[in-house]
Every structure is written in structure tokens, then in C-alpha cells.
Design a protein around this ligand. Structure first.
Ligand code: FAD
Length: 234
């Protein structure tokens, strides 16, 4: 774990409810794809956010959901905005978490609910760079289609990599949505007779992570091949 001050370079909307935050650390930060950082609002108040970037860049990228004025993520975002406006740095602790990408020959299932996407995005990018010849399935569940902020990029990846499959799943789909609908973990259960062979990485709201874990175990997944930092909280 590395503790460092960071400049807040930019906060830009990905959707009306999700912001992309770019930070420049004052010290080099090393981490593994799938790890997270803690934004230190105070010495006691530290809030976790997945790193959406790869460890090779100079900047750190976060995707922070903030739909309610007073919620946990909105407070963190307000703090980042204040520090940026005041040209003051923020303190982060980076390189945290046990649910990072493992070296393995197993096919990979990446499951994201909402802003859990940030976590799987960094791993999908890392897997692309490794150019391994193994299947990678990325399921991204959101409530509305408009929350799929990187839809075009992911569809382009899927078109150009035969082993990479991207399956967006919209919970409350309207008539214009041509893709899958419902709960994202249920889409996985429908698509795989058995999850026995897969390394499975999960991030999203804690209730989703809990039901996905239990359902996937019943569908043949192995506990030791399932990874989620949320397991520590539920
Ligand atoms: C280590 C760690 C890292 C974190 N990183 C981030 C981060 O980078 N950015 C951030 O904003 N927050 C982060 N958080 C906080 C937390 O993970 C988010 O608040 C959460 O992912 C927000 O989900 P959402 O509101 O976007 O999903 P929602 O919009 O609530 O749900 C998205 C989809 O998840 C599924 N789902 C939701 N609820 C259920 C349910 N009860 N049962 C079954 N399926 C369900 C559905 O398919 C739904 O469409 C992190 C937390 C931890 C512990």
C-alpha cells in the first residue's frame, strides 16, 4: 500500500450520475488491475474507489457514482471538487484489495453492477494487453440504458477480439433497448450451464455481490475462483 498526495486534475461527467475523476499522484503508485484506492477525507474517514486505469499511466482514474446529494460517494465527490477548486491536493492510499486479477489459464467472467464497472474495466484492459488466448466474458448490469457510458468502446473491443464477449444487461429496459434485460447475475445464470471452469470477478452493490456469489456457487462456481472485495463487507 502506498500513501501519497494527489492533485485533482479533472472531474467530468460520464453520465448525469457518474463522474470520471483524474488524479496525478505526487509519488509513483504501483497497483494490480482490480485493486482500489482509499480517498482519505480525514485520518478516520477513508472511502474506497476502484482504479479504472492500468498501473502504467501517470494519472489515476476513478468512476464515482453520485446519484443522491448526501450519499457516501457524493460526499467524496464534493470533497474532490472542493480540493480541485482550492488547488489543494488530496491524500490517497492506493494498491489495496485482494480481488485483483490473477495469472491463470482459466476463462474469465467479469461481473459488474452499476459503478462496479470501474473494477472490471481495468481488468478487461489488462487482459487485452496480455493477449492471452482465453475467453473473457464481461457482464455489466445497470438500471437504465443511459448508464452504459462506455457502451461503444466495449462493443468495439468485442467486435475486434473474437474471445472477448461484452454483455450489457439493462434492468429497467425501455422499448428502444435491443439487448438483454433484468438482473445481471440472472443473465449469467441463464447463459452458463456450469461455472465450474471460470475465474469470476465481481463488483457492484453489496446485495448484488451476495446474491451472485450464492447463486454462482450453486451453478458450479468454486469459492476459491471467485473474487470480490465486497466479500469482506457482506
Ligand atoms: C472496494 C470497493 C470499491 C468501490 N469502488 C467504487 C467505485 O469505484 N465507484 C463507486 O461509485 N462506488 C464504489 N464503491 C461503492 C459501491 O460499490 C457502489 O456504491 C456500488 O457499486 C454502487 O452500485 P450502483 O448504485 O451503481 O448499482 P445499482 O444501480 O444499484 O445496480 C446496478 C445493477 O446491479 C444489480 N443489482 C443491484 N441490486 C441488486 C440486488 N439487490 N439483487 C440483485 N442484483 C442487484 C442489477 O443488475 C442492477 O441493475 C466501492 C466499494 C468498495 C467496498
Amino acid at each position: 500500500m502506498i500513501q501519497t498526495l494527489c492533485t485533482v486534475d479533472a472531474i467530468t461527467p460520464l453520465t448525469p450520475f457518474v463522474q470520471k475523476v483524474l488524479l496525478s499522484p505526487q509519488q509513483a503508485v504501483d497497483f494490480l488491475p482490480g485493486q482500489y484506492l482509499q480517498l482519505c477525507l480525514t485520518e478516520q474517514d477513508k472511502r474506497p474507489f476502484s482504479l479504472a486505469c492500468l498501473p502504467d499511466g501517470k494519472q489515476l482514474e476513478l468512476h464515482i457514482g453520485a446519484s443522491k446529494a448526501d450519499d457516501y460517494s457524493s460526499q467524496a465527490l464534493n470533497y474532490l471538487q472542493q480540493q480541485m477548486d482550492a488547488k489543494q491536493p488530496v491524500m490517497v492510499e492506493a494498491g489495496l484489495g485482494q480481488a485483483h486479477l490473477r495469472p491463470s489459464d482459466n476463462p474469465v467472467l467479469l461481473l459488474a453492477g452499476g459503478t462496479g464497472f470501474s473494477y472490471v474495466y481495468s481488468m478487461a484492459k489488462a487482459l487485452q494487453q496480455l493477449k492471452q488466448d482465453k475467453p473473457v466474458f464481461l457482464y455489466w448490469g445497470v438500471r437504465q440504458q443511459s448508464s452504459l457510458y462506455l457502451l461503444d468502446e466495449l462493443q468495439a473491443w468485442a467486435s475486434s477480439h473474437s474471445k472477448f464477449r461484452f454483455i450489457p444487461v439493462v434492468q429497467d429496459a425501455d422499448d428502444n433497448w435491443q439487448g438483454r434485460s433484468g438482473l445481471v447475475h440472472e443473465a449469467v445464470l441463464n447463459d452458463f450451464v456450469s461455472l465450474d471452469a471460470y475465474d469470476i470477478y465481481i463488483a457492484g452493490p453489496f446485495p448484488m455481490v451476495g446474491v451472485a456469489r450464492d447463486a454462482f456457487l450453486k451453478q458450479g462456481a468454486h469459492q476459491q475462483q471467485m473474487f470480490a472485495d465486497a466479500f469482506a463487507y457482506i
